[in-house]
Design a protein around this ligand. Structure first.
Ligand code: FAD
Ligand code: SF4
Ligand code: SF4
Length: 942
């Protein structure tokens, strides 16, 4: 059947909207751009995207696509490396189906929807001491639907197996639109007989596997893992046990046989203690020799990084000795506790010391230290994007498997191969399974490099098959990239059976065409333009993007925005909806292993269309002689106008003005506003106020706007804390640091203020901040003035900026502290995004945790945006509240009395969202209280 081509897209979208409702179907330019990519090297633009929210939506979409012959590609997080979640027709995104449906603690299984992120699942299971074992390194972002469809695995496969070993049942929508509960059925089970009578494809597959069991078994790969082809081997195994083990067929089928709406997964008990070791070997051969001995200890993970990989990620940055030829990352779990582990760790060290090591093994038992050891490994692939402007890590032979005892030989062969080609390559992977990830750095736009890629593709895959008897695919799936080689891997007879299976389930060829079973060359659809850009499309930023968290749609996500704003056909007007949706929280920048700053790209695009109303407001704001009296008047009359009835009127008449800021902007009558100060901070501390150039103290306090204008005690607390630490600060003249101004596209205005601040703050030894956004902005001035005369001054200032928590953490003065009259308080910390982006994460926690009156508790999601983000609360109140929902749940769970933070917008958001149920304080206020309690003073913070 001929599949419908993209140019009929309007009719398709109209039909789908009629079937599913307008909100679930998208086909605008930004949406199609964002969904044209996954984490592979390919690009295919769809006609439409459907954001399904129920099984009804799935079945209706599948039925429609089959009837009309339109290609349909299921998609979860789009982090696959093979091009399997992109397609030319309808993308069926399951991300909004993201709940746990049932958890059975005793029998240790969970029934879960396909849009749930693995890390989220495990976070929820952790409260029950349970865990889903398979752990791809992309676990922070990949979703269960994609993991099931790809038969994903990861570093801990040697202990827990791949997904196929951990699935009890899945529910699949077939091309007929019918639902199949795929579990292992006994061949004599009456339910199975019923199933066979209703589902013809099952009858076909059963007789195929029964007839061809011998051929199938003879072709089974002899390595420990394989995700190439359909898993007819699992079905053949099932038959020998008297079962038709249906999940084995669907796991790893990459959306080519049906769409999964839920999966029942086996769980394991979380280990009681874990030890991670990093071992640097001087000789690669020794790694190969050590592995069998280390495997005797039954490690839960055994990972390798070769010398090139270590060079590429930067040895000094990760403390890797310059002469290490390979590094092993090994992990041991204990179900009994840490004493067991000490013995095991000692045995591991003894084994390793028999070889020539570049340094003594690093052993980590503590979670933080262990996370640090894993960090570089987990982010390895996107990190390689930092290495070269032109040559990018290209995944085309990325997932081969050989037997574990031959992995040393394989690495040696690969190093020689790429050396002969003069190509830098990173070779790393799950050595315990013999699974190597091979990522050469190439410029595919360069003819020679392109040819090297094609040659390497054929030569390496063939060598893995012929010389090593391995598999071309361990865990990443076939997708578009290996599709050309599936036939070569299994031979025409078995490949013919795969084709037969595909035809049985998908006779019209609508389900994910071009993936897994196809004759197309792997070079079809390579995205040459994107492969010269800086983003690895790994999707890691989506996992922290608060907008994505709410909308679960790629066009409303950090990765999607990178694609959209860097596309050739980008225009502000066709993409305004999405460009204006970013909170500028910078979470994407903080997490991106490739060093991409999506928020900055968006600010640049907004700067092309500065917001007029915001421009007027900020111009007025800069004229303090006019602005401040207005604010004071508002402060003095707040008790009158800040009443629900009057606020309703204010909400109504400010609406037209705010619409000029954004379509969604409003000042809701029930939003808790901060109290404005009738006397500003500078007036309350006249002795500290200095004129430009007249310094009284080596320390300046850059209070910013909120601490000056709000009556919340934050500015006073920062000053009091500084004084307790022996520093009476100056309050030099200052203008808005620039964050909110930039957010509305007024870069010129922001720079004007920044120039003023650079001059005013010059000469101070330390510039202390209390506001998270001011801290980041001052530290970011070098970026604002990159290549301009002010850059040097900006760099000098950035080095001298310290958040109050950093100042206290580093202070040699230790003022007495005491438990407050109300006894110890349970305090949790909300880590403001801008402070995280400024690199200040440990200090606030550290200073809080050391206070005697504080029982510090870390809350879940402490590092996630709360949705305040400058003026976003006003710009899009409804979305900001949806973002806050997650934070509210985390605070509730923490059972804290106080949430401490350090950003005025976060404080407004927290106070508005918590409505007095939990106290909200600045970190400086918690400190001030502890100091004043020790002094026996009344506590002043509000
Ligand atoms: C940095 C990085 C590290 C990685 N590390 C690993 C690793 O260690 N191990 C590993 O195995 N993989 C790894 N991957 C690859 C990838 O993350 C995994 O394969 C992951 O499980 C894919 O999940 P996803 O939600 O992104 O799926 P997607 O990419 O959205 O989809 C993958 C496949 O599943 C299909 N699919 C999705 N949902 C459904 C559904 N509901 N029904 C039917 N089919 C569906 C899609 O059509 C597609 O064929 C890594 C990727 C990156 C970027
Ligand atoms: S911006 Fe960074 S984190 Fe986001 S997809 Fe690109 S490389 Fe990955
Ligand atoms: S700045 Fe925040 S909202 Fe904007 S793209 Fe990055 S993570 Fe998303």
């Amino acid at each position: 059947m001929t599949l419908i081509l993209p140019d009929t897209s309007r009719a398709v979208v109209r039909d789908l909207r009629r079937l599913l409702g307008a909100d679930l179907v998208k086909d605008d330019v930004p949406t199609k751009t964002a969904y044209a990519v996954d984490a592979s090297i390919y690009r295919v633009e769809p006609q439409a995207v459907v954001l399904v929210e129920s099984e009804h939506d799935i079945a209706a979409t599948v039925t429609y696509a089959v009837q009309r012959g339109i290609p349909l590609t299921p998609r979860a997080a789009g982090t696959n490396l093979t091009g399997s979640a992109i397609g030319p027709g309808i993308i069926l995104d399951v991300s909004r189906l993201n709940r746990i449906l049932e958890l059975n603690n005793d029998e240790r299984w969970v029934r879960v929807q396909p849009g749930m992120v693995l890390a989220e699942l495990n976070k929820q299971l952790a409260c029950h001491e349970l865990l889903f074992g398979p752990d791809p390194s992309s676990g922070d972002m990949c979703k269960l639907g994609g993991m099931v469809a790809n038969n994903s695995a990861g570093p801990h496969t040697i202990r827990y197996g791949a997904v196929k070993d951990n699935v009890q049942a899945i529910r699949v929508c077939l091309a007929t639109g019918e639902w199949l509960n795929a579990r292992a059925y006994g061949l004599d089970d009456p339910q199975f007989a019923g199933l066979l009578s209703t589902h013809a494809p099952l009858r076909g597959v059963l007789s195929l596997v029964q007839d061809q069991a011998a051929v199938i078994t003879s072709k089974r790969p002899t390595v420990s893992k394989n995700s190439c082809g359909y898993n007819l081997f699992g079905l053949a195994d099932g038959l020998t046990r008297g079962q038709f083990d249906l999940p084995k067929l669907f796991v790893g089928s990459e959306g080519t046989l049906g769409v999964v709406s839920e999966a029942t997964l086996w769980l394991v008990t979380k280990p009681k203690a874990t030890m991670t070791a990093l071992i640097h070997f001087l000789r690669l051969e020794d790694v190969g020799e050590a592995v069998p001995h280390l495997l005797e200890l039954k490690p839960s993970a055994l990972e390798v990084m070769d010398a090139n990989t270590l060079n590429l990620i930067g040895r000094s940055k990760h403390g890797i000795p310059p002469d290490a030829a390979a590094t092993l990352l090994a992990e041991l779990d204990s179900d009994n506790g840490s004493s067991d582990l000490q013995d095991q760790a000692a045995r591991m060290a003894t084994i390793c010391r028999q070889y020539r090591l570049a340094s003594d093994p690093v052993l980590a038992f503590d979670q933080d230290q262990r996370d640090q050891l894993w960090k570089a490994r987990k982010a390895l692939y996107p990190t390689l994007y930092r290495f070269d402007e032109r040559k990018k890590p290209i995944n085309f032979v990325d997932d081969v498997v050989v037997s574990a005892d031959r992995i040393g030989d394989l690495i040696r062969y690969l190093e020689d191969f790429f050396q002969a080609q003069r190509v830098s390559v990173a070779i790393f992977g799950h050595i315990g399974n013999g699974n190597a990830h091979i990522v050469p750095l190439l410029d595919v736009n360069d003819r020679q490099d392109f040819e090297k890629m094609v040659r390497g593709y054929h030569e390496i895959h063939q060598t893995v098959l012929d010389r090593f008897g391995g598999s071309i695919c361990g865990e990443h799936g076939d997708g578009r990239v290996r599709v050309e080689y599936v036939r070569k891997m299994f031979g025409p007879e078995l490949y013919g059976m795969f084709e037969q299976v595909k035809r049985l389930f998908d006779p019209s060829g609508v389900l994910n065409p071009g993936v897994k079973i196809s004759d197309r060359p792997f070079t079809d659809h390579i995205d040459y333009t994107r492969l010269s850009k800086s983003c690895a499309t790994c999707g890691k930023c989506n996992s922290v993007c608060p907008v994505y968290d709410v909308f679960q749609s790629e066009d409303m996500s950090s990765r999607g925005w990178f694609e959209i704003v860097t596309a050739k056909d980008y225009s502000y007007l066709n993409s305004k909806r999405v460009v204006e949706a970013c909170l500028n929280c910078k979470s994407c920048r903080t997490i991106c292993p490739a060093g991409v700053d999506v928020s900055e790209l968006i600010l640049q695009k907004r700067a092309e269309y500065p917001n007029r109303i915001a421009g007027l407001i900020f111009t007025l704001h800069a004229k303090s002689v006019v602005f401040e009296p207005i604010l004071k008047l508002l402060a003095k009359s707040q008790s009158i106008w800040d009443r629900p009835r009057i606020r309703r009127i204010i909400e109504w008449f400010t609406r037209p003005l705010l619409r000029g800021l954004s379509e969604t902007a409003k000042l809701p009558f029930d939003m808790v506003l901060p109290r404005l100060a009738p006397r500003h901070l500078r007036e309350r501390h006249p002795g500290l106020v200095t004129k430009e150039g007249l310094r009284q103290s080596p320390v300046a306090y850059f209070h910013g706007c909120a601490a000056n204008y709000f009556d919340d005690g934050v500015g006073d607390a920062v000053i009091a804390v500084l004084q307790k630490h022996g520093a009476t600060p100056d309050l030099p003249p200052q203008r808005c640091s620039g964050t909110p101004i930039e957010t509305y596209g007024h870069r010129r205005l922001a720079k004007e203020g920044a120039r003023f601040n650079l001059k005013s703050l010059a000469g101070y030894k330390t510039v202390v901040t209390g506001c998270a956004s001011c801290t980041l902005m001052l530290k970011d001035y070098p970026m604002l003035f990159a290549g301009e005369p002010e850059q040097m001054a900006a760099e000098a200032l950035a080095k001298r900026v310290q958040h109050i928590s950093e100042f206290v953490a580093q202070s040699a003065v230790h003022p007495p502290t005491s438990v407050g009259q109300g006894g110890r308080k349970r305090v949790t910390y909300h880590s403001s995004c801008h402070l995280r982006a400024a690199g200040v994460t440990k200090e606030p926690r550290q200073v809080l945790a050391t206070l005697p009156g504080v029982e510090f508790t870390e809350m879940q999601d402490a590092d996630r945006c709360a949705g305040g983000a400058g003026t976003y609360l006003v710009k899009d109140y409804d979305t900001s509240q949806k973002i806050f929902d997650r934070k509210r749940r985390a605070i509730d769970q923490s059972r804290a009395d106080v949430v401490a933070t350090s950003c005025p917008a976060c404080m407004i958001q927290l106070k508005n969202g918590l409505r007095g149920k939990v106290d909200v304080k600045h970190v400086a206020q918690v400190l001030q209280e502890a100091y004043e309690e020790a002094d026996g003073k009344d506590v002043h913070t509000r």
